[in-house]
Design a binder for this molecule. Structure first.
Ligand code: NAP
Length: 474
């Protein structure tokens, strides 16, 4: 099977292509176009050409098309889930959830865009009025990672389209098929040609051409901090707006009075979800020294119950990692941590670990010290480090002691102390006594090297608009 780019409402062939590999077998299953600079330019031109008409389409009409798009995504739930399962290596159950949350997000932005407002200040100057209006920012470049190819895509494309922007999307080179399918579905739902285009190919080529192209006014990027910094630098040349959703090293703090039985299933799920390829996952757990032994016992027992399996099987908890680079990075990080003195408390097993797919066992490390390299880098795999703490002040210092600031989790029955900790933790979101459940109405994004700007919510929608002030005298 061969897949092309999607430009101006039709397939666009390219001279070069590369193989797509199934992470659970290591075998090629399709080929995909690698966009040259001229292909990226034609996608951007199509987006620019359609921008004038799309921005003048009544908001209610844009909203109806987006609702139809969401409905079509739901109709294609099984097909999109299978594509995601195949190209990401994500267990089918989780892939279905991702499809449904992508559809819900499209519906949300279709509604929220109808509530977007400007302002007319009450100034009282005679025969003069100031109008503060919002306008769509223009052509948007959307660059997304492999781990949540559908939900990260709609977090960018849906608000952009809802406010009247047009889009060129560049999915991750390993996971382009869901994005291509979404663009076709959007067209079938009534989106005019040129409004949502897709270019495929490696990031340093197709992605870079898109960012460096002079036309896009906003680059909305989700990916690693390292590439995010490069994209930020490239955007500064054209003074382009940039939204960056980057890496994490999210801490969970479990105080002595936490409800251990109650939190254990969620904490394990949050640490190993998507085989650890998840920016909001808990990669560091700090446990009060009084309950450390008991916590370790419970946590290890739950992790031992996780099933490593084929992504297509219904009872699989952990599928493969997405590609060999991710696998070798996790292997290196764990080996280095052990050399630096970390202990391996648990390592899962499965015959699949000796096969051709990119499987890595769920692993629990202990004895992590703040200067170990595993705490300085993001760990994008099923590995969690558990440490004990003696005082709240010390643990806040350790939780904040990385370059990242995406999310954090606090477990205690003392809500006053929890709130105090939440205020001191440097993170875009803090959950208290509840593990990650992100609502569409709430902003989503990181502090420090975890990002810039916010997605979801009305704040995420407003990012795709610019304010203009009109001084009207009459
Ligand atoms: P990545 O390597 O940074 O890639 C992300 C995207 O950037 C891919 O489409 C990639 O293309 C592209 N890219 C690479 N080099 C580029 C360049 N020079 N110019 C323009 N684009 C370029 O990240 P990943 O490994 O796919 O994804 C995992 C990362 O995403 C993790 O760090 C994770 O924390 C982060 N993430 C963050 C959030 C959040 O909300 N904060 C959500 C999900 C994921 P190719 O892969 O095709 O080269």
């Amino acid at each position: 099977m061969f897949y092309s780019c999607w430009i101006n409402g039709e397939e666009k062939a390219c001279r070069s292509s590369y193989p797509l590999v199934d992470p659970s077998t290591g075998e090629e299953f399709a080929r995909i176009a690698a966009a040259a600079p001229s292909t990226v330019s034609s996608a951007v031109e199509a987006a620019q050409e359609s921008f004038g008409k799309w921005q003048r389409t009544p908001a209610s009409e844009r909203s109806s098309i987006l609702h139809a798009f969401a409905e079509r995504i739901r109709d294609e739930k099984e097909h999109l889930a299978l594509l995601t399962c195949r190209e990401v290596g994500k267990p089918l159950r989780a892939a279905r959830d991702e499809v449904m949350s992508a559809a819900a997000l499209v519906d949300f932005f279709a509604e929220e865009s109808l509530r977007l407002r400007g302002e007319i200040p009450l100034q009282g100057y005679p025969r003069e009025q100031v109008l503060i209006v919002r306008e769509p920012i223009g052509v948007v470049g959307s660059i997304t990672p492999f781990n949540y190819p559908l939900s990260t895509l709609v977090s960018k494309v849906a608000p952009a389209l809802a406010v009247g922007c047009t889009v060129v999307a560049k999915p991750d080179e390993h996971t382009p098929l869901g994005t291509l399918r979404m663009a076709r579905i959007a067209a079938e739902a009534g989106l005019p040609p040129g409004v949502f285009n897709v270019v495929t190919g490696p990031g340093p080529e197709a992605g870079r051409y898109l960012v460096e192209h002079p036309v896009p006014r906003l680059i909305s990027f989700t990916g690693s901090t390292q590439v995010g910094k490069e994209v930020h630098g490239m955007c500064s040349h054209g003074v382009k707006k940039v939204i960056l959703e980057l890496g994490g090293q999210c801490p969970a703090i479990v105080c002595a009075d936490a409800d251990l039985e109650g939190i254990m299933p969620q904490l394990v799920h949050q640490s190993f979800k998507n085989s650890g390829q998840y920016c909001y996952r808990t990669s560091r757990i700090f446990v009060a020294s009084e309950i450390y032994g008991e916590f370790m016992l419970h946590f290890t027992r739950h992790v031992a119950g996780l099933r490593i399996g084929s992504p297509l099987e219904d009872d699989t908890d952990l599928g493969p990692l997405n590609n060999p680079d991710i696998l070798s990075r996790v292997e290196r990080q764990v080996d280095t941590a052990v050399k630096e003195g970390a202990g391996v408390e648990f390592r899962g097993s499965s015959p699949l670990l000796k096969g051709r797919g990119y499987y890595y066992p769920p692993t629990i490390l202990s004895g992590l010290q703040p200067d170990m390299s595993i705490l300085r880098e993001e760990v994008f795999g099923p590995v969690v480090g558990i440490s004990r703490f003696h005082s709240v002040q010390d643990v806040i210092g350790e939780a904040n002691g990385t370059p990242f600031g995406l999310a954090a989790y606090v477990f205690t029955r003392d809500l006053g102390s929890a709130l105090e900790m939440a205020r001191q933790i440097e993170a875009g979101s803090v959950w208290i006594n509840r593990i990650h459940q992100a609502y569409m109405e709430a902003p989503f994004g990181g502090m420090k090297e975890s990002g810039l700007g916010r997605e979801k919510s009305r704040f995420g929608l407003e990012e795709f608009t610019e304010l203009k002030t009109i001084y009207l005298c009459y």
